[in-house]
Design a protein around this ligand. Structure first.
Ligand SMILES: [Zn+2]
Length: 447
């Protein structure tokens, strides 16, 4: 089963990368597959994380390309037995103190500062504790200075006859696609964790569908989701995740699909297969659902749930301190305290809509302030008439209370892709749609 798709290549855009560095690059796929195989996936039919055979995907052209590079570079940079001194930056360090520790004087500090002043990426003014600087010193003078900014970015400052010059090494990670599909038997968060997704990817998934699904109240046992997302590899090691590129959420039989699309003006966003933006004017739930410890099974038992209609709002039971988000862009029209509401925040959205957030532990916004959707406006608490920590949330249309559970579906449609852009959009999502469907068919077949 070919389940990984090579997209990028490792591009060693460096001039002076060491041979050692390149040797490590040669066998990324073997290391990658070894690592992937060691990931243990629960033997649970509901959770399927496809284990790709990386070798079949891209190792051959990659190795060919890199060995070509090596031959070229081996002639340029035969760095053998160089005596490097590496210093880890501590808080409070500056260039002078670091150079002093390396055994260098003020003259080197001055010359290096001058040489790097104009080069933004090489500027040594901002140094971060924990970062490493490596010095190559010969005859008491600095010959080379190497700074590893992160795994992908490093700079080297070289002494030449006319002063110091700067070389920037940028490496591109190899991007592979991973498919994950799972069924919920508790919350989205737990299902995601069980399927081996990082918190970051789960949050992104929740953000993608945050305008159509209330991840606190909507999910039910048996719901499922599938997603295709990017993973970044460097030297065969997973260094992080990239973007979600396609996702599907099946909520009580209703299927939502979203595709990442970058339009011709280079704006990226998520869209339904029909080209409607997934970013809606209002979030379905204004709380950070990942902090709500009880999944839907437990939550259903909560007595307050039954009272939703009676008190014209919706309650989200969550731990004290859970972030509360602005449901949409707007302006804070009230931020205060009274006996009944406790700490409260009201937000006006356009001319018609108002959202209210009560019983907050803390308020993070002031009256008159503009807020963006998903901005944290306060924290869940139990101030005012409240029996325990929860967010009481109200949604008003032209001053009239509406049930936030139903009203969001009746709001104006979200922005769609421009007509002229539709053919390009449809063409770009076609392969993603095919990949999603292929994976799902294979999964169904295997079960
Ligand atoms: Zn309430």
């Amino acid at each position: 089963m070919l389940l990984k798709y090579p997209k990028g290549h490792l591009i060693a855009a460096s001039v002076a990368t060491t041979i050692i560095g390149l040797v490590l690059l040669v066998a990324p796929s073997e290391k990658a597959s070894a690592k992937r195989n060691s990931i243990s996936i629960p033997v649970d039919l509901a959770v399927t994380s496809t284990q790709p055979d990386v070798k079949t995907a891209s190792s051959e052209p990659l190795i060919a390309k890199l060995s070509g590079d090596i031959q070229e570079k081996a002639q340029i940079a035969p760095e053998v037995k160089e005596n490097w001194k590496t210093i880890t930056i501590k808080s409070g360090d500056n260039l002078t103190s670091l150079f002093k520790r390396a055994g260098l004087g003020a003259r080197d500090v001055y010359e290096v500062s001058e040489a790097t002043k104009a080069n933004k990426s090489a500027n040594l003014k901002r140094l971060y504790p924990g970062e490493k600087l490596s010095f190559l010193i010969d005859d008491g003078r600095l010959q080379k200075l190497r700074r590893e900014k992160n795994q992908l970015e490093s700079i080297e400052i070289l002494r030449t006859e006319s002063g110091y010059s700067v070389i920037t090494n940028n490496r591109e990670p190899e991007i592979l696609h991973r498919f994950v599909s799972t069924t919920l038997d508790n919350s989205l968060f737990l299902a995601g964790e069980k399927a081996g997704l990082s918190q970051k990817v789960i949050m992104e998934l929740a953000n993608v569908f945050g305008g159509v699904i209330d991840f606190v109240y909507d999910p039910r046992q048996g719901d499922s989701f599938s997603l295709l997302f990017e993973e970044k590899y460097l030297d065969g090691n997973l260094i992080g995740s990239g973007n979600i590129i396609a996702a599907e959420f099946n909520n009580r039989g209703e299927v939502y699909r979203a595709f990442r699309y970058t339009d011709s003006e280079n704006n990226s966003g998520y869209y339904s297969p029909e080209g409607e933006s997934m970013q809606k004017a209002f979030l379905r739930s204004p709380v950070d659902f990942t902090r709500i410890s009880s999944g839907f099974n437990l939550r259903r038992k909560h007595p307050i749930h039954k009272k939703i209609k009676a008190h014209r709002g919706i309650d989200y039971v969550a731990a004290r301190g859970t972030p509360v988000y602005a449901a949409g862009n707007g302006r804070v029209i009230a931020s205060g305290y009274n006996r009944a509401n406790g700490n409260y925040v009201f937000i006006q959205h356009g001319a018609q809509y108002t959202t209210k957030y009560l019983h907050l532990h803390k308020r993070h916004v002031k009256r008159g302030q503009r807020v963006k959707q998903r901005q944290i406006i306060g924290r869940v608490g139990s101030t005012g008439y409240s029996t325990g920590p929860h967010l009481h949330y109200e949604f008003l249309v032209s001053g009239v209370h509406r049930n936030p559970r139903n009203i969001v579906k009746k709001l104006p449609k979200a922005k769609s892709i421009a007509k002229g852009e539709m053919p390009r959009f449809l063409e770009s999502i076609q392969p993603l749609l095919a990949q999603l469907e292929t994976h799902q068919r294979l999964l169904a077949y295997n079960q």
